[in-house]
Design a protein around this ligand. Structure first.
Ligand code: SF4
Ligand code: SF4
Length: 333
């Protein structure tokens, strides 16, 4: 992906920020697995363009691939955490045994959960009501997307009905102990509705805590703010509205070198449903594999080979380095 052609970018290419290649840290501790693109929602900002229609077998990790990936994780003690993402990872029929196998080895597990999936049961006829109890029983850390505490903002991104479904899904997680039991962490994710950077994380977290507690009695641990990346569905919308160049100006103008050390691509590796290797989920969405990884899969590497690797970057990376920075775990600096 490149935004070459935008006059503002002349002399501002992301790669030119570094005199040498951007490299991963000497040790990789997190394996992020995108186990499928199918999702019950089709959000405006979704960088993987997930939707209920993304059911093709090659877009959702099958059992043989899942077994190779889990075996690889268990064989590499460097991997401390396995981070499940999608789509809605719970919709993959392999999700539960994968989580149990990884938790059984003592490693941490993160589930990036869109909370509306928990109440999707009633609408789809498929049972997802097991999610809160299953995650709690396995002490899985939940990272739940909740773009705002206000109904209008949530439904502008996620569609009509998404607010009530999100609140009900969160309520069921809290009822299972999340946000209250110290072993059951529930972190929420905010991303902006429009073409601007997120507000300061701590102040927004205080607003979320107050509003969700007063309105619904909901508790959670941390709020993470994430910048919308100028790629895929969100990029198309920016282009349609003539906002791509102003948005890129905002990101480039807010470049913050203090974010480089913590960039998520430097501390993790990202895997697609086929087992191919990427530096992050954004690069996966852009079909930008880790350099020199073409034709290779996760199981063709050792963890130490994936450390200190050269990272594939392009101008979308300004989304991670703007302002306080942005990663799967919120701000960076
Ligand atoms: S819930 Fe997440 S994965 Fe699903 S469409 Fe929305 S942003 Fe994409
Ligand atoms: S998009 Fe962000 S995480 Fe991905 S390679 Fe660029 S800087 Fe790293």
């Amino acid at each position: 992906m490149s935004v070459v052609g935008l006059p503002i970018l002349n002399g501002s290419r992301f790669r030119a920020r570094f005199e040498t290649d951007l490299r991963a840290a000497p040790r990789i501790s997190t394996l992020q697995l995108n186990i499928g693109f199918v999702c019950n929602l089709a959000c405006r900002h979704c960088h993987v363009e997930s939707s209920p229609a993304r059911t093709a077998p090659e877009e959702n990790m099958d059992e043989p691939t899942a077994r190779r990936v889990v075996d690889w994780a268990l064989a590499h003690p460097e991997i401390e955490t396995v981070d499940f993402t999608g789509g809605s990872p719970e919709m993959n029929p392999n999700f539960r045994w994968m989580v149990e196998a990884i938790r059984g080895s003592g490693r941490g597990v993160i589930d990036r959960c869109n909370p509306t999936i928990i109440v999707h049961t009633e609408r789809s006829g498929i049972d997802y009501a097991w999610i809160p109890g299953f995650l709690a029983a396995n002490q899985v850390q939940v990272v739940a997307s909740m773009p705002c505490y206000l109904q209008d903002n949530v439904e502008r991104q996620r569609g009509r009905g998404a607010y009530d479904a999100s609140v009900e899904g969160l309520r069921r997680l809290v009822d299972a102990g999340y946000g209250r039991d110290p072993d059951l962490r529930l972190n929420l994710v905010y991303n902006p509705v429009g073409p601007h950077l997120p507000p300061p994380e701590a102040a927004l977290a205080a607003d979320y805590k107050r509003e969700l507690r007063e309105r619904f009695g909901l508790e959670f641990n941390e709020l993470w703010t994430i910048t919308n990346m100028p790629i895929k569905r969100w990029r198309h919308e920016l282009e349609r509205d003539g906002q791509l160049e102003p948005y890129m100006r905002t990101l480039i103008g807010a470049y913050n070198p203090a974010t480089i050390e913590g960039l998520m691509c430097r501390h993790q590796v990202n895997i697609d449903p086929q087992g191919r290797v990427y530096d992050c989920d954004f690069n996966q969405a852009l079909d930008m594999p880790t350099p020199a990884s073409e034709g290779r899969f996760l199981w063709d590497y050792t963890a130490s080979e994936l450390a200190d690797r050269v990272i594939a970057t392009d101008d979308h990376c300004y989304g991670c380095t703007a302002g306080a920075g942005s990663s799967c775990g919120g701000t960076l600096a």
